[in-house]
Every structure is written in structure tokens, then in C-alpha cells.
Design a protein around this ligand. Sequence first.
Ligand SMILES: [Zn+2]
Length: 100
Amino acid sequence: MSVNAYADNLDSAVRYALETTRATTVCPFHSDVTIRVGDDAAESHAFARARKIVKSDGMMWKREVLMEEIKLQLVDAADGECPQCAHSMDAFPRGPKGEN
Ligand SMILES: [Zn+2]
């Protein structure tokens, strides 16, 4: 099996673990935007779950590799809120009619 296939598996295992533990969530309006919730407990829970998944899959990932992938995906995610939603809020900061 190629290295890329393993990498894909690790990537999706981590993604799945993060989403199912609610360490990250997908924006309800932008399905391509992943948001980091910022919950430490959920993130360590996600690590434990990802570890279980890769083990049951027969993949022998080192702890450091797994942690690195989790870190990458968390850094990649939007922090706390969807930037696209935040952006459209900025366009109408006072509602459609304005304040005056
Ligand atoms: Zn959004």
C-alpha cells in the first residue's frame, strides 16, 4: 500500500474523531468550513478516539504523528466562528437599515 493511502486514512480518522467528539464542528451554512470549538476536553477526547480508530484499523501510527495531524487540522480550522459567516455579518453590522 502506498504512503498516500495511509496518509488519507490518518487524515480522515482524525477528521472523524474531531467531529464526533465535537472538538470541531462544520458550519451549518458553509459545509466546507470546519470550526474549532476550542474545548480542551473534547480535543483530548478526540485524540483518544482517533488513536482507537487507527489501532483498530491496523495502522501503526506513532503517537507524535497522530498528535501532529490533530494539531494540523485544528490549526486549519476556523477559530470559534465561521469566517464566512463573520464576514457577512460585517457587511451588515447594524442591520439592513443602519442605526441612524
Ligand atoms: Zn458559515
